[in-house]
Design a protein around this ligand. Structure first.
Ligand code: ADP
Length: 193
């Protein structure tokens, strides 16, 4: 199995690059944001609980997303590998993920961290808000809250994986194909499965 984390702040291009990476490398895409939005659409108890946090630009509680990822791993026993997008977002989530993967006899091979300036992030998110239908992309205050959560709680996840020498930073501004090329190159160096 080859498991990777695509890491970066909101608006750094994780969703866009994930789509390409899963099709090139045959990975199963696990985006906690997408999973949560589908829970909301289905009006499940989990979705209803998560919505109030998401509407404010705050992180959903760890136990909720960890449980969701745990089920997703169990539901995909045939996967050749997973691409985690938007997860883990706290050190507690990273520790939980390591445990879950360990139980399945596998681990994270690499954390690809997209680097984008704050000015560019805000521009992209507001722009996405014009068409995405995502209410958290329309309001500048909510966008600022999401970036604040990233800095306060999520940036530390990179430090966690640095201890294991798993983090590679990739410049996330400019041409989408070029960024995809940089990400692919880093995977190809390590993917000997
Ligand atoms: P973006 O990367 O643009 O913020 P996502 O779709 O990844 O978009 O996340 C949208 C929202 O879903 C977040 O602001 C947060 O409220 C919630 N969320 C997604 N993933 C997680 C997670 N791993 N832990 C906690 N909350 C999460």
């Amino acid at each position: 199995m080859f498991n990777l984390i695509l890491f970066g702040p909101p608006g750094s291009g994780k969703g866009t690059q994930s789509e390409r990476l899963i099709s090139k490398y045959g990975l199963k895409h696990l985006s906690t944001g997408d999973l949560l939005r589908s829970e909301i659409a289905g009006q499940t108890p989990l979705g209803l609980a998560a919505k109030s946090f998401m509407d404010k630009g705050q992180l959903v509680p760890d136990e909720v997303v960890i449980e969701m990822i745990s089920s997703a791993l169990d539901n995909n026993p045939q996967a050749h590998g997973f691409l985690f997008d938007g997860f883990p977002r706290t050190t507690a989530q990273a520790e939980a993920l390591d445990k879950l993967l360990n139980q399945k006899g596998t681990s994270i091979a690499i954390v690809l961290a997209l680097q984008v300036s704050q000015e560019e992030l805000i521009k992209r998110l507001l722009n996405r808000g014009l068409t995405s239908g995502r209410s958290d992309d329309v309001n500048e205050e909510i966008i600022a809250a999401r970036i604040g959560e990233y800095e306060k709680k999520t940036a530390a996840v990179a430090d966690y994986y640095k201890k294991y020498d798993k983090v590679v930073f990739v410049h996330g501004e400019g041409d989408v194909d070029e960024i995809f090329g940089s990400l692919s190159k880093e995977i190809d160096i390590r993917d000997r499965a």
